[in-house]
Write a protein that binds this ligand. Sequence first.
Ligand code: URP
Ligand code: ZN
Ligand code: ZN
Length: 476
Amino acid sequence: MSILIHNGKVVTSATEIIADILIEGDKISNIAPSIKQKADRIIDASGMWVLPGGIDPHVHMQLPTPAGPSADDFYSGSLAALQGGTTTIIDFVTPSRGQSIIEALKLRIEEASNSLTDYTFHVSPVEWSKEVASDIAHCIDMGFPSFKVYMAYKNSIGIDDNALYHIMHTVAQNGGLVLAHCELGDDIEVLRDFYATQGLTSPKYHALSRPARYEALAVKRAIDLADQTQCPLYIVHVSAADSVKHIVQAQKSGQPLFAETCPQYLLLDETLYDTELLSALKYVMSPPLRSHDDREALWKAIANGNIQAIGTDHCPFLLKQKMLGNHDFRKVPNGAGGVEHRLTLLYTYGVLEDRINLSKLVDAYSTQPAKLFGLYPQKGELAIGSDADIIIWDPNAQGSISAANHYSKSDLNIYEGFKTVGEPLYVIKNGVIAVERGNLNHNLPVGKLIMRRSTKTTSHYYKRMDNPGSFNCGRV
Ligand code: URP
Ligand code: ZN
Ligand code: ZN
């Protein structure tokens, strides 16, 4: 099967040109101002933009929690992703304490096998032992070189600084990257119980028990441990301006340090916890929503290149699951959905409001996740030989976000009522039209499990720079 995309504005993280793109099989075979070759299908993309497929570096499909699994399984979550222009997702393998990481990885691969997007996993060690050390090395050899550690959630999957040090050291020695969920777990547990014992149990106290300073202090600690162990570090879901300050300082010193934020931290704020209970419950996530000033600092950090990637942390629940904590914020499952809205929200509220330009958008939603997680240039790029994961974007389409018409299986939407501009007219995945004008191709083959390269193969990207000058995350 071949597809010729004719006369679109081809936008990458570095360039914008009017060109044709030829797809043969599952790869891009040519990009040129005018391609004369015949194709099975010709798509006129005049007036449209042709963008690389999205890579969401942070999603949780069917995440097990005490309130039951998160609402999207790999099928519904990946369908939602595709409809929004995301063609690859990176989820997580989180073993129980005592369970072999490799065993958990195999089970998770099985669970994801009906994903419509391509997929891969970060691996989350939840303790430290000799077995964990050898499993980390094994995971990197198998093509899973990134490891998310939780400094929060101390009662379940969170680890202490001793484990964090050893995990970082082992990951660094074997050519991997550590992702850190930075919040001071022990301090949070104290505050949670403090509020709850006083009968202060509404969702607002979820936010008050996880203040921005606890995030920033954890960021500082993780940066320091990463520096000591010479481990490349990626801070997930950064939400606070004070965290950004620590990140900028370490990047200026040349430390290989990368950061991610999510649309919810750019577009929503803490005043939403003051709404009525049924509404406030849906914003219970960790870290919690922050202030207007925090939001502005995050936008600036993206524009300046200090935050490289934008994921969604897609982790939606049903209202009835959230309601399990209506009398105790500690029982509300943490998380919210958004995998299908990432591009249109960033375009509408980022590009159209002049906070970031189009190339920065492409960089943050696709190219940087590919570079950081060992997928580049197979993914995250429009180039000859790259996977034909392509969006044809209608920059004028108008929309309105609602749980009534979203693809996620959740009955809640934290962006309810948000107006949007721009949507994918076509989503092409591995050379097959997956979505055309909102309609899913019912013959679409399932997505592929993607094995990724270790940081050893791209070591210059992850090495400490001696004279960094200004931090440049495009240094691949
Ligand atoms: O509230 C959140 N973010 N839930 C998902 C798990 C995590 O910490 O990323
Ligand atoms: Zn997290
Ligand atoms: Zn997450």
